[in-house]
Design a protein around this ligand. Structure first.
Ligand SMILES: C[S@@+](CC[C@H](N)C(=O)[O-])C[C@H]1O[C@@H](n2cnc3c(N)ncnc32)[C@H](O)[C@@H]1O
Length: 160
C-alpha cells in the first residue's frame, strides 16, 4: 500500500510505502498525458514555472533503435494535469530506491510503452520512495528550471 505524505525536507508532497517491499517489487506505473517533445516545449513556454508540479519523463526514446528521434516524434509523459500517485515521487540523486523500467506493450498494429517503477533494494515500511529523475542541475539552458535539490544523498549532484 502506498501513501502520499508531506515531507520534512522542503520537497513538498512525497510518496511512501506502508509495507516492507523486497528488492525488485513492482510499485506503480507512471501515468501522464502522452505528448511529443514539441508539444511539451510549447506547453512549458505558455505556463509560468510555478504552475509546474511535475517533471516530464521520456516515454519513448526509441530504445533499441540506432535512429535519433526528432522532437515532433519523441514521446514523453506529462503528469501536470492528469496522473496517478507516481506524480508525487520525489527525486534522489544516484541512490534512489526506485528505478523506472519501460515495459513494452505489443499489439498487432503498434508497439508502445508503459513506464513501471520497481524497487532497487529492500525498502522498509514508512520509507519515502524516490527516483533519480536524471536531472543535470548544472544545465541552466533547460526549458524547465531545475529545483534546488534537497534529496540529502551523499552523492547529490546539486552542488554549487
Ligand atoms: C514529480 S513532483 C514530486 C511531488 C512534489 N513534491 C509535490 O509536492 O507535488 C516534482 C517536484 O517535487 C519537488 N522535488 C522533487 N524532488 C525534490 C528534491 N530532491 N529536492 C527538492 N525538491 C524536490 C520539485 O518541486 C519538483 O519539481
Amino acid at each position: 500500500m502506498l501513501q502520499v505524505f508531506l515531507t520534512d525536507r522542503h520537497k513538498g508532497w512525497g510518496l511512501r510505502t506502508l509495507q516492507d517491499l523486497p528488492k525488485g517489487s513492482f510499485v506503480c506505473e507512471y501515468v501522464g498525458e502522452i505528448l511529443t517533445n514539441t508539444e511539451l516545449y510549447e506547453r512549458n513556454m505558455q505556463s509560468s514555472g510555478s504552475e509546474r508540479h511535475t517533471y516530464p519523463v521520456t516515454l519513448d526514446a526509441d530504445w533499441g533503435s540506432e535512429r535519433i528521434l526528432r522532437d515532433e516524434e519523441a514521446l514523453c509523459l506529462d503528469a501536470t494535469f492528469c496522473g496517478n500517485v507516481a506524480r508525487f515521487i520525489n527525486h534522489r540523486c544516484f541512490d534512489a530506491n526506485l528505478i523506472d523500467i519501460p515495459v513494452e506493450i505489443e499489439t498487432p498494429d503498434r508497439h508502445y510503452y508503459h513506464l513501471a517503477f520497481f524497487t532497487t533494494r529492500d525498502v522498509s515500511a514508512s520509507e519515502e520512495l524516490t527516483w533519480d529523475y536524471g536531472i543535470d542541475f548544472s544545465d541552466h539552458d533547460h526549458p524547465i528550471k531545475a529545483f534546488h535539490c534537497c534529496c540529502g544523498s551523499e552523492f547529490c549532484r546539486d552542488v554549487k
